[in-house]
Unconditional design. Structure first.
Length: 95
């Protein structure tokens, strides 16, 4: 619903940020809170190559099927700048 995106926007008001969300429902919920998220998926973000200084992945990796890991990692590598950082925060099941 964009709340973590909102926290980042509040903490870094001068940073240019793009939020990506595949779910229409979740984008609409975020928009109700004044947060505009773009359509995209982790394996097809639509972002330009080497365009991101920092990528934050919050509570989403567990939704990725293991068969999609490589495509998602390849997309992250494509959009992150050479000296960029990736922050991954998730809850993983024991299996």
């Amino acid at each position: 619903m964009g709340h973590k995106f909102q926290h980042l926007s509040d903490a870094f008001p001068y940073a240019k940020m793009t939020g990506i969300e595949p779910s229409v429902h979740m984008r609409d919920k975020a928009l109700e809170r004044g947060i505009k998220l773009e359509y995209g998926t982790l394996d097809t973000t639509g972002l330009p190559s080497a365009s991101q200084d920092v990528i934050c992945l919050f509570q989403m990796w567990h939704h990725i099927a293991p068969s999609q890991y490589r495509r998602c990692i390849d997309e992250l590598k494509r959009i992150i700048r050479p000296d960029g950082k990736i922050i991954l925060l998730d809850t993983f099941a024991p299996e």
